[in-house]
Each structure stands twice: as C-alpha cells, then as structure tokens.
Write a protein that binds this ligand. Structure first.
Ligand code: NAP
Length: 500
C-alpha cells in the first residue's frame, strides 16, 4: 500500500461529547489522516533508534518526569476527563494517582535492571551436547508499539497508561490510538508528554498519538509496516478485529489484547452463611462500581441451590436496589447495556431486579438462570458491560465445574469458602485456574493491584495473550524479545544485557 500518497479524511474534525448531558463538549479537534499516521510512525521509528539504546537512568528520568507532569496538570486533566467520561472526580483523581504510580514503578524497575536481565552461559569445552560455545541470552526491545486506549480508564489504560509506561521502560517507542470517548483528555495528556520530551532533549517520536473517527485508522496503525507490536485494551470484538488485522500483515506481529470478561464469583453455602449480609453489600458495591464499567466487574455468580444461597440472593437484591450508578461512558454503551440484558432474558434468564429507565444512568440489574440453559446458550456467557450480574444455579458439584469451564476464559475467578484443605476445594482451585488469570479467595475482583505478583489477562475471550499481563511488573516483558549472542566479542559481553 502507498502510505505516503493517502490523505483521506485530512479535513475531518472530531467532536467530543459531554458524558452527563450528551451535548457537544469543547472545541472541534483535527482528525488524523493516513498521511499524518504515516508521519507519526516515521517519527516513532526514527526515535526508536535513539530510545532502544537509552540507558536505565534516561528511561527512569523520562518515566518520573511524566508522572510529575501528570500530577502537576491534575486539575485540568481530571476536570476534562470527568466531563468526557462522567466517572466522577474522586474516581478520576484516584486513577490519575495510580497512573503516576505505574510510571514511577516502571522507573524503579528499569533502574533495578529489569529490562536488561540476561543469562551468561560461558563456553564448555568438549564435544556437543555437553560442550557448547559461549552464549549470552539478552533481550532487545521490539520497536514502535501501536497502543489502543480503552474508554473506561481515561488515564490508567490510555495515552500514558500501563501499556505506554511498560513499553517505554522496555526501550520501545509508542504510537497511541486515542479513544474517541475522551478526545480532549487524550490531547491534553499527549501535549504534556511532548513538553516533557522536549525538556529532556528527547525526540518527539518517543510517543506519538493518532485520533480519528471509525476503525480505519486503528487498522491502518496495526498494519503499518513500521509497527512492531500491538497493545490493546478494550472489547473482545474490537480486540479480535485488530488481532486479525495484525495477523494479516505481510509480516505478522505480536498483539497483546486485554479484553472483556465476566469474572465468575463462586460461593459455597458455608461461606454465604458466615459472610451473609456483609458479602452481599460488598458484592453489590462491586457490581455497581463505576457504573459496572470495569473489565473485572463480577458479571456471573455461580451458586449452589441451598437455603443459604437463597438468603444471600435476597440480601444482594436489597443491597443492589440501594446502589445509585452514575451515567455510562457513552450513549452507545448505555444502549448496549439494555440490549445485553434483553438478550439474557430472551435466552431464558429470569429477572430478580430489572428496572429499565430512559435515563443516561441505568439502574442495577440482577438476573438468574439454571445451569442447563446457561450451558446451552452462549449468549449468556457474553459480557454485559454495566451494573448487572447473572446468577447461575447449579445442583451438584460436577455441574458447578461445568459452569465454570463453559466460561472458557476470564480475567478473574473468585472462590469464596475455600479456607480448608479438602479434595473438593483443590478441585475448585484447579478449575478456576484453568479458566482465569487471577483467582481470588477473598474480596471482589474489581481493583487490580499494580505489583510484582499481578497477573491481568486470562484465556480467550478475556485476552489474546494469556501468557502475559498488562498490569504489574511483568507487563514489561511483552515488549522485549530474547536474543542469544554466541561467542560474542569481549566488549559486547561486557555490556551484560545493557543496550549496545
Ligand atoms: P472498544 O470499543 O473495543 O475500543 C477500544 C479501542 O479499539 C478504541 O480505540 C476503538 O476505537 C478501537 N476499536 C474497537 N473496535 C475496533 C475495530 N473493529 N477495528 C479497529 N479499531 C477498533 O472498547 P471500549 O469500549 O473502549 O472498552 C470497553 C471494553 O473494554 C469492555 O469490554 C471492557 O471489559 C474492556 N476492558 C478491558 C480491560 C482489560 O484490562 N482487560 C480494561 C478496560 C476495559 P474507537 O475509539 O473509534 O471506538
């Protein structure tokens, strides 16, 4: 394809929407043309020559500078993000804190040598297989990364979110496809990145950004010959489309998609008898948190038919009725929430709590279904993005395991009531671990700690790359490729995994 010659959409403008009123928000913004996209990837590619060879101190300095800049622009950023997303000042301030924390954590990791870890395997004299040449296994950054932001985290999974932080720490440059749900927030964050890059004497191409209506720009980005990897956070459908586009390239590239998930919560009757009202309150708050717009939202409750479970469900309905979800991120998501609940009802689910309203803020919903129809109808395993959950009733343990296996893949499975070491509990843990990237034994799945032991990404359909994580220290590993240096010259071995 002739990238340079294409200037479709050059004069298009983008218009943001106020999440609470649905009215236009802020000034019109220019849309990225395919020619602009080509220019952005060219800058990212040129900058990669510099950035891949940067030392730990340079990378840490940039990441720390970005964290400080984010905090210094807090008021403007949070106010703008609140208008564009309706997520509320408290949540957005907390998310900005988390985003700055992530940047500083990757600064610490790179300073500690995480990107430069290597295996030094000296020569062994003699014939193979015991004898071998000197080998040093190092890791090199992949190249410019295409990064796709999600709507529901305008900071933490957006322009300067975890994907960008970990890619920069690894020595990759980044071209962000901004989300159309928070256009102005993205532009402000991009502007502050450019200010920091200039102040630190780094090329503008270390981070570039594109913004446009429609999917053409995203597909063009992931298929651009200069792009070496993709990192995506968003819906399963969007992730699948972009993964496909990445595979269809002349030279396919790694694609790390963090997608939607229904996050089963399984609770034994004993746990419910002990936890009762408190568990119902905690779960209701988690279902309604952020208007249910979390990839870790507990969208499925797997319960054994028992008096304790029935009492718990009654308490949960009451606790959910007291929740007051705020507006949803976009009108499209609001519509999709209603449509998702209707699809569940049409597939045989019964409503325990379902109060359709015309408002931009929905009411929480709780539906129930027996295990048999759940196992038969795939639509009941689809994510309904919003403040709702579906109870699946099972009669015997074998059926409960079948229900979890039918989910296929999830970011999390929560198991309440496994404190004793019994064969039955071990079996639940095995099933849960076969389905999810994170298995919880207490609390609720919303809230993902940014730390060394974190795993955020499970089997399909929750992720396209279940062997990697997009949250936590190991996120860095996605952007590094192993290389073995055999019989390397002394100067190269002396680099000890540092860029040469
Ligand atoms: P989305 O609609 O999939 O959008 C994500 C990005 O992909 C946007 O930039 C979007 O462009 C682009 N896109 C979507 N479909 C595409 C296609 N067919 N071709 C090319 N580009 C495409 O997701 P979202 O609405 O922002 O986020 C909500 C979803 O993300 C939920 O399912 C939630 O569970 C999931 N999520 C997952 C995680 C995680 O860590 N696993 C975290 C947060 C959210 P536009 O800007 O033009 O729409």
């Amino acid at each position: 394809m002739d990238w340079i010659g294409q200037i479709h959409g050059m004069f298009q403008m983008l218009y943001a929407t106020h999440a609470r009123t649905g009215e236009p928000y802020g000034a019109a913004l220019p849309s990225t043309s395919l020619a602009d996209l080509d220019q952005a990837t060219a800058q990212a590619s040129t900058a990669f020559e510099v950035w891949q060879a940067s030392d730990a101190a340079t990378r840490a300095h940039l990441l720390q500078g970005l964290a400080t800049a984010l905090e210094s622009e807090r008021d403007t950023l949070v106010t703008t993000a609140d208008a564009e997303t309706g997520l509320g000042m408290a949540r957005l301030n907390g998310e900005l804190d988390r985003t700055a924390f992530q940047l500083r954590r990757f600064a610490q990791l790179v300073t500690a040598g995480a990107a430069f870890a290597h295996v030094d395997d000296p020569a062994v004299p003699g014939l193979p297989p015991a004898g071998h040449p000197a080998l040093m296994r190092v890791r090199v950054p992949l190249g410019p990364v295409a990064m796709f932001a999600a709507s529901n985290f305008p900071f933490a999974f957006s322009v300067l979110g975890g994907d960008t932080a970990s890619a920069l720490a690894a020595g990759c440059t980044v071209v962000v496809k901004a989300h159309n749900g928070h256009l102005h927030t993205s532009r402000l964050v991009f502007a502050l990145i450019q200010t920091v890059l200039t102040a630190q004497g780094l090329p503008a191409g270390v981070v570039q950004m594109v913004q446009a209506e429609g999917f053409e720009i995203g597909v063009a980005l992931i298929q651009h010959p200069r792009i070496a990897a993709g990192a995506f956070t968003g819906s399963t459908r969007g992730g699948l489309a972009l993964q496909q586009a990445a595979r269809e390239r002349v030279r396919p590239i790694p694609f790390y998609g963090e997608l939607g998930s229904i996050n089963p919560v399984l609770a034994t009757p004993t746990a419910l008898a002990l936890g009762g009202e408190a568990l119902a309150q905690t779960l209701a708050a988690s279902i309604a948190l952020g208007c249910g717009q979390f990839c870790t939202n507990p969208g499925l409750l797997v319960l054994q038919r028992s008096p304790e479970s029935v009492a718990f469900v009654q308490a949960l309905v009451t606790a959910l009725q007291a929740q007051q979800p705020h507006v949803m991120l976009t009108a499209g998501m609001r519509h999709a929430f209603d449509a998702g609940l209707v699809a569940q009802l049409q597939a045989g689910a019964r409503a325990l709590l379902h109060e359709p309203v015309a408002d931009r803020a929905p009411r929480p919903a709780l539906l129930e279904v027996d295990a048999d129809p759940f196992l038969r109808h795939a639509v009941l395993r689809d994510e309904v993005f919003g403040p709702s959950s579906l109870i699946v009733w099972y009669d015997d343990t074998a059926q409960g395991h079948q229900v979890l296996h039918a989910v296929g893949g999830a970011l999390t499975v929560t198991l309440w009531g496994m404190s004793e070491d019994t064969p039955a509990h071990r079996a639940w843990v095995r099933t849960a671990a076969s389905v999810a990237g994170r298995v919880l034994f207490a609390g609720v799945p919303t809230g993902v700690a940014v730390s060394a032991g974190q795993q955020h990404g499970g089997p399909w359909p929750s992720s396209t790359a279940p062997f990697s994580t997009s949250v936590g220290d190991a996120a860095l590993d996605r952007f590094l490729r192993p290389v073995a240096y055999q019989d390397a010259p002394a100067w190269l071995s002396a680099c000890q995994g540092q860029p040469c």
